[in-house]
Each structure stands twice: as structure tokens, then as C-alpha cells.
Design a protein around this ligand. Structure first.
Ligand SMILES: NC(=O)c1ccc[n+]([C@@H]2O[C@H](COP(=O)([O-])OP(=O)(O)OC[C@H]3O[C@@H](n4cnc5c(N)ncnc54)[C@H](O)[C@@H]3O)[C@@H](O)[C@H]2O)c1
Length: 391
């Protein structure tokens, strides 16, 4: 049997629960050896709930020689300093998104990691789920031709409606782009490759929010709408908003020279993937020999027949593990054991942080931001991954 990789978790808040459930009960590649939090009682409660042998301070956790990977689940404003401590202690790092708030900080972290030969990546790991893996397979197989466009949208009324401690979402480093953008950017980068340019507008639709009963002024814009160009040539739009009560916008669609792919929500691990076969429609219309109006009728009536749900070759997961957070850190542990690269790369994590700041900068200057960093699309999961994850 393969040995388990020792894992330490810093931050025992809202999202820690699903991570700890999955990493102590469902994923076999790691063993959670210790948990820490600014508040000792939170670490203690988490250790008790999940049967983890040690609840301690951050410093004690980082001194534990059995811990090889540290999972940082603190709030975004704490990521840079916690992550730096983790790397300086010689531990591999997997951080909740984003890796850092500033591009220079993210670069510095990756520089430290390279010097120490450590892995240094950030969430999300939702792109490792069946939905985005299948979408990548559709694109790579050429079914939609070369990607030329896309749209990516996450619009909701605001996280104060559900989060038990929502203040940080409206402070610097929060907002819909920093919070939700990483899911959509990571999926887009994984599907299309690196970004070339970003042009963005921002707005604050409701600049005073009720945070735990107190009317609070927001520090960050709450709607971002951007136009983006990828190095592969695809151009598209991205809207992230905490101002929209409802929407019928798609989460993520990619348009190619031969067809389109409708992808599931990149903030989830699963969901159906639908392919629109433009060549089929062209064939139907070309076969109509009658003049123009008949071709229009053929086109309109046959639209539906050109859409097909992709056969999910990447098996969807059983319901109880639908939220598979922890898959990324597990992939990292397996990469460590197998001497391969992890599927989330330091370069993608940094590219995402640069992009998050680029939206802000473009909105501020009124000019398109040209990306400085770049990255490569990482390897897809093997199609036997459903077996892999329960090993
Ligand atoms: N809540 C969600 O649904 C959700 C989903 C996906 C990702 N995330 C991400 O997970 C991270 C945490 O979010 P959350 O919602 O769990 O926040 P939270 O505020 O509920 O929990 C954060 C925890 O980190 C601790 N902490 C903060 N600074 C610390 C420090 N310097 N050292 C040690 N502990 C520290 C806090 O005491 C708290 O227990 C964020 O990066 C967020 O973007 C959250």
C-alpha cells in the first residue's frame, strides 16, 4: 500500500468542514495530522469533530516534521503571510483561492517555493471534476473546432445572504471577482490556455450591505464586466456580480469554429456538458435546395437536433461526495508520491492572481491590461479518475 502524505490544515472556518470531511473520510492519499486556527477553540473543535490527533498553533503545526503539505484555509487577506510562513518552514503549499491578493506577492511566493523545490498552488480544484474535465475533452477532441469565443458569468445577490461571517467579501481582497473569479478564470485557462489582455468596467450596485445586522459600506466594486482576449485568439466576456438578484446568463460557454460547448458551473465538480454541432446544422441547411425562406425555416426548426449532451466519460461522483473539495490537495499528494507535476500549477495560480488585479487596474485606468505572466494548460485527469479518487 502506498504511504499517506502528512497534511496540516490552517484555518478551521466555514469551508474547512467539507475539506476535513473529505480528507479524513473519503480521500486515502493524505492523513490529516494537525489543525490550527487563530482561535484555539476553533482548531480544538475541528480536531474533535474529525478525530484529528493534534489541534495547535500555526507555529507548532509548521514545526511538525511529519507534515509535508499544508492546506491554507484562512481568509484571502491572510493568505500571503500564512503562505510565506508555510513555504519558509519547508512545507508544500495548497492554499484556498487566491494564492495572494497582489501579483507581486504571488510571484514572491512562487519564487520562494522554487528556491526550496516546493509545490505552491492554490484552489480551485473544481476544474478537476467531471464537468470541466469533460468540457476539456470536447475541446481537445476537436468537436467544436478551434475556440474563437466564450462567455463566463457568475451573478448573485451577495454572500451576506448565506455566509455566517460575510464581512470579508466586501473588504479589499473580497468582491465578486476576487471571490468567484478564480473558478471561472481557472476553468477558462484550463480549457483555452493563458490570457493575453483584459479590459474591464466595474460598478457598485448596492454600496451599503447588511452585514450581520449592521449597515456596512462596501470597500470593493460589486459588479465587474470584462472583455478578455486569450493567447489562442478566443475573445469573450466575463461578468462577476453580487448585485444581480437573478439571471438567465449561462455560467460558461465556449464557441468554436465548428460548434459550441455549454459547460457546467465551474464552481461545482459535476454537471452535464452539452455540445452544439454547427456542422450538423450547416448540413441540414445546405441540403435544402429551396430559396432563402425555406433555409431559414430549416435552420430554426432544426436547432434542437444539433444539441447533444456529451457522454460523460469522466464519471460523475456519488451524491455524498458531490462537493469534492480536497481533490486538488489529494492530486498534489499523489504528485509528490509519484514524482509528477500536480494538475494545478504554480504558474496558473500566479496567472489567476495577476488577472484578478488586471480587472481592477483596467477599470481604474480605462485601458486594456496586457498580461505579463503566462502558463501552460496542465494535464487532464485520467478517465479512470473515479477509481483513482477512492483508492
Ligand atoms: N465559504 C465558502 O463557501 C468557500 C468556498 C470556497 C472557497 N472558500 C475560500 O476558503 C477560504 C476561507 O473561507 P471561509 O468561508 O472558510 O472563511 P471563514 O472566515 O469562515 O474561516 C476562516 C478561518 O481562518 C481563520 N484565520 C484567519 N486568519 C488566520 C491566520 N492568520 N492564522 C490562522 N487562522 C486564521 C479564522 O479564524 C477562521 O476560522 C477563503 O479563501 C475563501 O475564498 C470559501
Amino acid at each position: 500500500m502506498m504511504r499517506k502524505v502528512g497534511l496540516g490544515i490552517i484555518g478551521c472556518g466555514t469551508i474547512a468542514d467539507v475539506y476535513m470531511t473529505n480528507l479524513t473520510q473519503h480521500f486515502d492519499q493524505v492523513e490529516v495530522l494537525a489543525v490550527a486556527d487563530l482561535f484555539a477553540e476553533k482548531a480544538k473543535a475541528a480536531a474533535e469533530k474529525f478525530g484529528i490527533r493534534k489541534a495547535c498553533t500555526v507555529e507548532e503545526l509548521l514545526q511538525d516534521p511529519e507534515i509535508e503539505i499544508v492546506l491554507d484555509l484562512t481568509i484571502p487577506a491572510a493568505h500571503y503571510s500564512v503562505n510565506k510562513q508555510v513555504l519558509e518552514a519547508g512545507k508544500h503549499l495548497y492554499c484556498e483561492k487566491p494564492l495572494a491578493l497582489k501579483y507581486a506577492e504571488a510571484e514572491e511566493l512562487v519564487r520562494i517555493a522554487r528556491e526550496k523545490d516546493l509545490m505552491c498552488v492554490s484552489a480551485p480544484d473544481t476544474f478537476l471534476g467531471a464537468g470541466i474535465q469533460e468540457s476539456r475533452d470536447v475541446i481537445d477532441s476537436g468537436r467544436i473546432g478551434s475556440p474563437v469565443g466564450f462567455t463566463a458569468n457568475m451573478t448573485c445577490a451577495g454572500h451576506e445572504l448565506w455566509h455566517p461571517n460575510p464581512g470579508f467579501y466586501y473588504k479589499n481582497g473580497g468582491g465578486p471577482m476576487f471571490d468567484m473569479g478564480p473558478y471561472y478564470l481557472t476553468a477558462l485557462i484550463y480549457l483555452l490556455g493563458p490570457i493575453r489582455r483584459i479590459s474591464c468596467f466595474t460598478a457598485s450596485g448596492r454600496p451599503v450591505r447588511n452585514i450581520l445586522g449592521t449597515e456596512t459600506e462596501t470597500e470593493v466594486p460589486t459588479t465587474y464586466t470584462a472583455i478578455m482576449e486569450f493567447v489562442c485568439g478566443a475573445i469573450g466576456t466575463m461578468t462577476m456580480s453580487f448585485d444581480h438578484w437573478d439571471t438567465s446568463l449561462p455560467c460558461l460557454e465556449v464557441y468554436g469554429t465548428k460548434g459550441s460547448v455549454y459547460c457546467p458551473d465551474p464552481d461545482s465538480f459535476n454537471g452535464p456538458v452539452t455540445v452544439y454541432d454547427g456542422q450538423k446544422l450547416k448540413g441540414i441547411v445546405d441540403a435544402v435546395t429551396a430559396p432563402h425562406p425555406a433555409k431559414i425555416i430549416a435552420m430554426v426548426t432544426n436547432q434542437g437536433s444539433c444539441k447533444e449532451e456529451a457522454k460523460m466519460e469522466f464519471a460523475e461522483n456519488p451524491e455524498h461526495r458531490a462537493n469534492m473539495r480536497g481533490l486538488g490537495v489529494t492530486d498534489m499528494a499523489e504528485a509528490l508520491l509519484d514524482g509528477r507535476k500536480s494538475r494545478m500549477s504554480a504558474e496558473i495560480s500566479v496567472h489567476v492572481v495577476e488577472a484578478l488585479n488586471a480587472f481592477e487596474e483596467s477599470a481604474r485606468t480605462g485601458e486594456a491590461y496586457v498580461m505579463k505572466s503566462t502558463c501552460e494548460r496542465t494535464e487532464p485527469m485520467g478517465k479512470d479518475w473515479a477509481l483513482w479518487e477512492i483508492r
